[in-house]
Design a protein around this ligand. Structure first.
Ligand code: ATP
Ligand code: MG
Length: 459
């Protein structure tokens, strides 16, 4: 249904993709994986016709739909308008809201998206916006469906619903190309896998039955090693470093996880701590929070985390400039640039200090948001899906950094849609429902299963 040979794409001096071959047969899921910056989104853009290759040949069907890595939902339009952006169903000359609803409802139901069709898309959570994006692609009834990290902001139940939808599509003969950093998820759904490293394919369309997780990781990383899982020390005794009245407190050096289904209230706590919400005793603005030394790593990096039109080094030094933490704002450009270099090496960011952040791949942008706080030496670390869209190598490195900040005494509050991440990092996890803490799991009680049971209990 699609065949490409020798695909090559350069951006200025960077070769993003080099002589890649790929083919898609009807009724198969073909996974594409690789480190951040390996060339996955570039491949997707060439295959879907968003961009042209510098070399190579490509033949494909027209009935191709793309779910892009970066959301393209229009925040000011309604959900319905976003679902039918080009030619909305009409009755005569008029757009028919009734037909829109009757076409969209079954698709949204299958995806588990329960929002009014006339809601403004910008008011939805990141996860729901991602589902609108997927719904829009499905409504085009494509013969080839390309998904670039569709689950990076989705909670577990939405992921399994999406997998169900994909299985149904392939049983009807649709071909699916699936890009993801969740390797277990990938190996479960895909029949073939291509691994990209530095723009080249190092495994080209092999059957997933013939590879295992370790083999895929080794192919992705080449001769680089994964960061070891950091040793955690028990949190320190003494007065709490942070008290959220009536809900919980955090000891110095403690990593407290917040979990819950959508709307459970845990994300409001993060918003309040980072100056974007309300609550007595909370910072009154983002600026006030930053001044108080609160580091906030958001999942929605475009909105809160980055200056896309500025070079990498200005982004990584932004927190220090604002007077955050205990680092100084008086450092010189040279010092900021060399700090940026340290972050680039440590987190394996594919890019240089002077590169504009807009030209980095999605996962590398997320690393920049994180790096910004590395040098600032914050008093409190607030994390919302900090490793969203980040590859396994950098994820391990970020986890090591979070653990070592905690080991040095920094209190950490972490929310994550990735339950494995909560289990790996947290000393305690508080499970929310309807704005209240309904369960507290200690380190020895923590497992993905236990978390999922507590989050869904009584619902
Ligand atoms: N418009 C652009 N200008 C300059 N460089 C670019 C541009 N788009 C991509 N690149 C570079 O091409 C390389 C591959 O990027 P790509 O987005 O394909 O990576 P990816 O595998 O999708 O990574 P991620 O997992 O982070 O999404 C990166 O080094 C990136 O910086
Ligand atoms: Mg990408």
């Amino acid at each position: 249904m699609l065949r490409a040979t020798g695909l090559t794409r350069r951006y200025g001096g960077v070769t993003a993709l080099s002589e890649v071959d790929i083919a898609l047969a009807p009724g198969e899921v073909h996974a594409v994986v690789g480190e951040n910056g390996a060339g996955k989104s570039t491949l997707v853009k060439l295959l879907s016709g968003v961009e042209r290759p510098d070399a190579g040949t490509l033949s494909r069907l027209d009935r191709i739909a793309l779910v892009a890595q970066e959301l393209t939902v229009f925040p000011d339009l309604t959900v319905a308008e976003n679902l039918f952006p080009l030619d909305p169903p009409r009755r005569g000359f008029l757009v028919s809201r009734r037909r829109m609803a009757s076409l969209a409802s079954p698709v949204l139901r299958e995806l588990g998206l329960d929002v009014p069709l006339d809601a403004r898309a910008g008011t939805l959570s990141l996860a729901d916006q991602q589902l609108v994006e997927i719904g829009r692609a499905l409504l085009r009834e494509p013969a080839v469906l390309i998904l670039d990290e569709p689950t990076s902001a989705l909670p577990a139940d939405a992921v399994s619903r999406l997998m169900g939808v994909l299985r149904k599509l392939v049983s009807r003969g649709v071909a699916v190309l699936y890009v993801s950093h969740f390797l277990e998820e990938v190996l479960r759904i895909a029949t073939r896998i291509t691994v990209l490293r530095d723009g080249r394919s190092v495994l080209a369309g092999v059957e997933t039955a013939s590879v295992d997780l370790d083999g895929v990781v080794a192919a992705m990383l080449g001769n680089r090693a994964l960061a070891p899982v950091a040793q955690r020390r028990p949190p320190r005794d003494g007065p709490p470093a942070l008290v959220v009245d009536g809900l919980f407190s955090v000891a110095p050096g403690e990593i407290v996880g917040l979990a819950g289904l959508q709307g459970a209230g845990h994300l409001e706590v993060l918003a309040a701590l980072s100056g974007r919400g309300s609550g007595t005793g909370m910072p009154r603005s983002v600026r006030a929070a930053v001044r108080a030394g609160v580091a906030f790593v958001p999942s929605d990096r475009k909105r809160y985390g980055l200056m896309l039109d500025k070079p990498l080094w200005q982004n990584t030094s932004a927190a220090a400039w604002l007077g955050a933490g205990r680092g100084g704002w008086w450092l010189h450009r040279r010092a900021h640039v060399s700090a940026a270099r340290r972050s680039i090496t440590r987190l394996r960011i594919r890019g240089g200090p002077d590169d504009l952040v807009a030209t980095l791949s999605g996962g590398n942008q997320q690393k920049v948001v994180f790096a910004k706080w590395l040098e600032a030496d914050p008093r409190l670390l607030v994390l919302d899906d900090p490793t969203r869209g980040v590859d396994v190598g950098a994820r391990a490195e970020m986890h090591a950094v979070i653990s070592s900040l905690a080991a040095a005494g920094t209190p950490v509050v972490l929310a994550s849609t990735d339950l494995a991440e909560l289990c790996e990092l947290c000393d305690r996890v508080l499970v929310f429902q309807r704005g209240r803490v309904v369960a507290r799991l200690t380190r020895s009680e923590l497992s993905e299963r236990a978390l999922s049971v507590a989050m869904n209990a009584g619902t």
